[in-house]
Design a protein around this ligand. Sequence first.
Ligand code: UTP
Length: 308
Amino acid sequence: MADIAPVLKAVVPAAGLGTRFLPATKATPKEMLPIVDKPAIQYVVEEAVDAGLSDVLMVTGRSKRSIEDHFDRAYELEEALRAKGDDERLEAVHESSDLAIMHYVRQGEPKGLGHAVHCARQHVGREPFAVLLGDDMIDARDKLLQRMIEVRGQHGGSVIALMEVEPDQVSAYGCAAIEATDEEDVVRISDLVEKPAAEEAPSNWIIIGRYVCDPAVFDVLEKTPPGRGGEIQLTDALRTLADMPAGQGGGVYGVKFRGRRYDTGNKLEYLRTVVQFAAERPDLAAEFVPWLREFVRQHDGVGDAADS
Ligand code: UTP
């Protein structure tokens, strides 16, 4: 029953307004905000490539220029670095333009994640494809996308990524009703609920920004009316797919992810991510970590005092 069509393409939606990061995101997509010295979206493209997906379609919105420029050659900059003999930085500049075969499609209006994914229809065609949210990073040491592609190969249908949260946090996310399968980390999705009240949540497993979609999702998205916030929600389309028969591209599975995820679209998580990445960087850790320790020592109790 499993569909053996391989997953070869990645779609990276990066056309949201990023209102939580204004004014920084007035003229820059939030996906371009740096995690130390590399934009979050480059980590996301690296993850796709690492999972074998070197055909990457970016869904961009206003201020898309910086994304396109980042993944393109920068001749003037390269020449200047070459003239200075700065090979290390020259290599860093090359890295992003040599990474993948990049394609771009414009989402004219930010009408929701489901609408952004639908914009990929022409490029993707009738193949299964991966969706990686451009502001959601998975640690390179944790091979989530590879596992999701494997599950799609075994079961067909679509696959979503799930993370367990405390019951009082469920109401901030899309939440999944799950049924066990023979494999401990794989569940069948029977329903999806957007931002449920804690007492109504079907589980503590929330949807995070990685998907492997059957191409049937495009027909479903076309018929999906705007949901929460007037936006076309990918979650709504996946709920429909979960109820559809396998022969029509239906069936949704979930992979339980227990690794490291960084939600860089959220200010607090963004700050944590930058600190964590800096603390793990061989070129920065020796100076940064002792400074951070001292900073924390000096600030110990400051937040508590302000709270009381
Ligand atoms: P978010 O839900 O984080 O929305 O989108 P947002 O508008 O970008 O950010 P805030 O809430 O206003 O701060 C999740 C992902 O979906 C993309 C975003 O770029 C982000 O990667 N997205 C969202 C689109 O590409 N198009 C849309 O219409 C909405």
